[in-house]
Each structure stands twice: as structure tokens, then as C-alpha cells.
Design a protein around this ligand. Structure first.
Ligand SMILES: C[S@@+](CC[C@H](N)C(=O)[O-])C[C@H]1O[C@@H](n2cnc3c(N)ncnc32)[C@H](O)[C@@H]1O
Length: 571
């Protein structure tokens, strides 16, 4: 039975209701923040906020009902979830920031990260990815949650995400993201040191320029003095019969010198002035240990192979580094803001169990497609083995997605001011097997919720793409005019098929749809009803768009096998 779970929903509810205490080894989150908004406005709560973004997720960090409720929950310490420091911090920040964007954002994250703290194992690690817009406040929030209860701040990792600099004429260009790394315990936590092994031939030659006479091994030599462990009155060592002294402190005790020299009598290199230095051999070198300055992982360009068309997608190599450092195989990893599923895809590849949560169906759809493209098309479905007919279970459990009519109705009527048209997105993406794109345009395209593309031939037998349009409605009754309008849009857009998906079955719409006849695909020599009415019940029973040639409009995820960083325990 798989432990991998993908949840469609608000992470606060999912964490509260479905994720047990101390069950997760590693958490990475990359919550949304509209850092392009005017900082002064976010800080001072002045002017009208621009919340109407044509994005999958509208990050309304405005002061609203949810923010007020969050503030009350924190102050009342609901479910004893919050530390005293977290409560006092939010009370103090309210005085400084007032009830506006920034405080709403910090309240939202305090509630959610406190739940994440609850589900983290005592040995677990937590990484928060953010940028300078709110990083200084977020560190206070994290200190209040982790350090106040025996945890530790480990690092602020600076990730240089820029492939190229933008021309910044009024200030310096911002190219650094922050990733805060905390552990739930200050001593008992997992950390696998990582090394960067990507030294060029030239760099290796520079680091190991000498050849040992006896063995022909390449080596470099390094100082044995200037130790941080220097103890007074411990200045003398006897090395290979020679008595040597330093006032700076020796790197090794006499016993360590003796045992290392017993293992390798050639280990010491003597300088012209008779100073001992120790050798590191090229064939034993495991790489340069990775610091908190991550400038070797580049952000994804629009051309990157890995790119899935998701605006805030993070590179797999970034997540690979975090997962290798702070987890082992079969550990459980949680990403509660999983976007297009970078954490999940890397966790799966590195043989970790995983839990992903996202509030928009576009993300869930993209993740399902990414997993199927990368790990096989049966990844998220049970299927019968061709030879034995044995049922092979899916590699993930998908939660929160409507499975019956009642939950579809509930999704259609969900009132959440952060989300736009979730019911419509779910219907289009599910019916099209995640092959359509959501139409974000408003105005005269408003009735069209999704678009897919098929191949056909033109009059000269040249291949061309033709559009398929989707319109979704949850009304209890509709006049046949809606079908007439869809036909008008098909004509105007030169689209060839229209799917009208309705929550409630309506005979009058089906009758109207049949009036518009068929579309003939020349390439397949096949005929399709030009406008088809699909009910949600039919879709729940398994009906899907059945067009053989659908051009993948979303770029396929790359099958990836290569690692950039090496875990020393995986040699
Ligand atoms: C910046 S993106 C994450 C990108 C991700 N790291 C990747 O590489 O694809 C943030 C995601 O958080 C999701 N989100 C925002 N609020 C959420 C909430 N309350 N619960 C679950 N997901 C949420 C958004 O839908 C969005 O997909």
C-alpha cells in the first residue's frame, strides 16, 4: 500500500484533519507571495490592493474574514497549537504593521506552519522558501514556532536564482531567494553532508598538483596549524621522530597523528622549513562541502527542458539537494504548497514517500500529468496486469477530488474568495485527461473555460491544429440559447468541437446540440458530434474526451535520472 498522498484542498484543513502528529521527516514549502506588489503598500496598508491577478491562485493577502479568524485563533491558542512566543509575536506585529496585507500573510503562515510543526517528527527538518519581501518577518515567525520549543535555526540558504540580470536602473537587481532551514530538535536530527563534485580538470589539477613518489598518487598539502581546538600548553608534537612546535594550535592530537601515520606513513609532507603539512589525495577527495551559498543551481528559463509552464516552478536540482541532505530513502516528505509538484517528483525519484497539498485543481492536474509522464501512465490509476490480470494499485492516493455527485455539487457551490472557477477547472481538466489548458481570458471569451488542440488537414492536405472548446455550467436549468452561443463561439474562433459540461442533466440542451451536426476530421477520417453535452455524472462514471490526436499543450515532464549532487552515503 502506497504512502504517497496528493490532497486537493486548503493545507490548513488538510493538515488539521488528515495528517497525524509526528509523522513526517522533512517539510519544504514555497508559499505564494506577490512580491511584485509595491512594498510600501504592503507595509503601510495604503491604497487599493491589486488582488485581481489572472493567476491560478489569487493570493489575497488582504485583511479579510480569514485573517480576523486567524488572529482570534492564535490569540486564543486554539488546540494549544501555538507557542507563547508566536502569540506574543503576532500581538506585537499587529501593533507595528496594523491589520493589512503583511499581517494577513504572517497570520496565514503562523497557523499553517504551527500545524506543520505538529506533524513533523522530533528528528525532522523544515525548509521555508521565500524572498526578501517578507523574509525578515518570516524568520521571526519561524523562531517563535521552532526555537521557542527546543528546535534550532540551522541556516539561511541564499539561492541565486537568476540566469541573467535584469536591467535595474533605480536600485540593484534582486537575484537572491532565502531558504530558511530549521530543525525540530537542536541536536538529534538527520543531516547528510553533501559535496559538490563538479570540479573541472583544471580545478582538480590546481587542488592536487603533486605526485607522491612512492605511490604515484596525486595530492595537495594543507596546513596542520591554526586549529580552533587549540589548547594552551599543548604546543608540541613528535612526528616521524621530529619534535615540532606551534603557538597557533595543532589540528590533530598526538594520538591522532600516531594513528593516521600508522595507517599511511606517507601522509605528512615536510616543507623546506621543516614544517609538517598533511596530504589530501585526489582519489579520496569527495568534493567541496556545500555551503549556504547556492549559486550553482540556476533558475528555470522559459526554454528549460524541465519547464512545465508553471510560473513559480522551482528546479528539481534545488529540491534534490534539500531532500538528499535532510532525508533518507523511505522517509516521508511533505510539501504543503506543492504547485506543479517539483518536490513530489524528486521525492518519488529518490525513493522517498511523499505528501503533497495544493488548493488549485490546475496544480493537481499538472502534478498528475507530470507523475504519469515521468513514472509511467498508470502511476495514478489502478490497472490490471496484462498477463496475470492482477490489479496493480496506483502509486498514489488522490484525496479531496469529487468522486460522487454530492461532492461535485459541493465544489460547484464552494465559496472561497481566494479561488476562481475551481469547479470549472476540475471539470475541464478531468474530462480532457489533463490535456486541456484553462482559459484565463475574460470578456467575450468568458463562456469558454478550457481549450485543447487536435490535428487535422487543410484543403491542401497540410497538417494544421484545430481548437476544441469546453464550457462548464453548474446551473439547475438553462435555455438552449447557451448551446447556440457555444456554436457562435466555435464559428468565430474557427474551433471544430465544443464540449458543454453540465452539473445537472438537461434534455433540452442535448436536443439543441444535435441540431449542429457533425465535424469530420480529415486526418483520421472520423466523424464527431460538433457540440456534445456531457453531464458531470457521466464524467464521474468514467467518460472522458475521446479524441485520438490531442496535441500535448502542456510540456511533458522530462524523464530525469541524473543527480547533480552526491550524497556521501550513496557512494
Ligand atoms: C509558489 S507556488 C509553489 C511552486 C512549487 N514550489 C513548484 O516548484 O512548483 C505556491 C502554490 O501554493 C498553492 N497554495 C496557496 N495557498 C494554499 C493553501 N492554503 N493550501 C494549499 N496550497 C496553497 C498555490 O495554489 C500554488 O500552487
Amino acid at each position: 500500500m502506497t504512502k504517497n498522498q496528493l490532497f486537493y484542498g486548503d493545507n490548513l484543513e488538510v493538515l488539521k484533519n488528515y495528517i497525524p502528529d509526528e509523522s513526517v521527516d522533512l517539510i519544504y514549502i514555497d508559499p505564494p507571495f506577490n512580491s511584485k506588489r509595491n512594498y510600501n503598500q504592503i507595509y503601510n496598508n495604503i491604497g487599493e490592493e491589486d488582488v485581481a491577478q489572472a493567476q491560478a491562485f489569487v493570493d489575497t493577502w488582504t485583511w479579510n474574514f480569514a485573517a480576523n479568524e486567524g488572529l482570534d485563533n492564535i490569540i486564543a491558542n486554539k488546540n494549544q497549537l501555538f507557542s507563547k512566543q508566536s502569540i506574543n509575536l503576532i500581538i506585537g506585529l499587529e501593533k507595528v504593521l496594523g491589520k493589512g496585507s503583511m499581517l494577513a500573510y504572517l497570520i496565514s503562515l503562523t497557523q499553517r506552519i504551527s500545524e506543520m510543526y505538529r506533524v513533523l517528527k522530533p528528528t525532522g527538518s523544515f525548509y521555508l522558501h521565500c524572498d526578501p519581501t517578507a523574509s525578515h518577518y518570516l524568520k521571526l515567525v519561524l523562531d517563535g514556532i521552532f526555537c521557542a520549543r527546543g528546535g534550532s535555526f540551522q541556516n539561511e540558504i541564499k539561492w541565486n536564482r537568476a540566469n541573467q540580470h535584469n536591467l535595474a536602473t533605480r536600485r540593484f537587481d534582486n537575484v537572491l531567494d532565502s531558504i530558511f532551514f530549521y530543525t525540530k530538535s537542536s541536536a538529534n536530527y538527520l543531516f547528510n553532508p553533501l559535496f559538490n563534485t563538479s570540479l573541472s580538470e583544471k580545478e582538480l589539477e590546481k587542488k592536487f598538483p603533486h605526485i607522491e613518489k612512492e605511490t604515484k598518487r596525486h595530492f595537495g598539502h594543507f596546513s596542520l596549524e591554526n586549529s580552533a581546538n587549540f589548547r594552551k600548553n599543548d604546543e608540541t608534537r613528535i612526528i616521524q621522530g621530529k619534535t615540532v612546535k606551534t603557538k597557533l594550535g595543532w589540528k590533530w592530537s598526538q594520538a591522532t597523528f600516531d594513528s593516521r601515520l600508522a595507517e599511511n606513513p606517507n601522509l605528512i609532507y615536510w616543507t623546506k622549513n621543516d614544517k609538517p603539512r598533511y596530504k589530501i589525495y585526489e582519489d579520496e577527495y569527495s568534493g567541496r562541502s556545500i555551503s549556504n551559498d547556492w549559486n550553482d543551481i540556476k533558475g528555470l528559463t522559459s526554454q528549460a527542458k524541465e519547464r512545465l509552464g508553471y510560473p513559480t516552478q522551482k528546479p528539481e536540482s534545488l529540491l534534490e539537494r534539500i531532500i538528499l541532505a535532510s532525508s533518507n530513502e523511505h522517509n516521508t516528505i511533505l510539501d504543503a504548497y506543492c504547485g506543479c509538484g517539483t518536490t513530489i517528483a524528486v521525492a518519488e525519484r529518490l525513493k522517498r514517500n511523499w505528501i503533497g497539498i495544493d488548493i488549485t485543481y490546475q496544480s493537481i492536474s499538472l502534478i498528475l500529468k507530470r507523475l504519469e509522464d515521468t513514472f509511467g501512465k498508470d502511476f495514478s490509476k489502478d490497472y490490471a496486469d496484462k498477463e496475470t490480470q492482477e490489479i496493480i494499485p496506483a502509486k498514489l492516493i488522490l484525496n479531496g477530488v469529487p468522486r460522487d455527485f454530492e461532492s461535485a455539487v459541493a465544489l460547484a457551490h464552494k465559496v472561497d474568495d481566494r479561488l476562481r472557477k475551481e469547479f470549472e477547472k476540475w471539470a475541464v481538466l478531468t474530462f480532457s485527461n489533463n490535456r486541456a489548458v484553462i482559459n484565463e481570458k475574460k470578456g467575450k471569451d468568458e463562456g469558454i473555460d478550457g481549450i485543447a488542440y487536435i490535428l487535422d488537414l487543410d484543403e491542401t492536405n497540410k497538417q494544421i491544429y484545430k481548437q476544441v472548446l469546453f464550457s462548464v455550467k453548474s446551473n439547475k436549468s438553462l435555455s438552449p440559447n447557451v448551446i447556440r452561443d457555444l456554436n457562435g463561439t466555435l464559428e468565430r474562433e474557427k474551433a471544430v468541437i465544443g464540449y458543454f459540461i453540465t452539473l445537472y442533466p438537461m434534455e433540452n440542451l442535448e436536443k439543441e446540440a444535435r441540431k449542429y451536426g457533425n465535424y469530420q476530421n480529415k486526418m483520421l477520417n472520423n466523424v464527431y458530434q460538433k457540440i456534445e453535452v456531457i453531464t458531470i455524472q457521466e464524467m464521474l462514471d468514467g467518460k472522458r474526451m475521446n479524441l485520438p490526436i490531442v496535441v500535448d499543450v502542456l510540456k511533458s515532464a522530462e524523464r530525469k535520472t541524473k543527480h547533480q549532487t552526491k550524497n556521501i552515503f550513496e557512494k
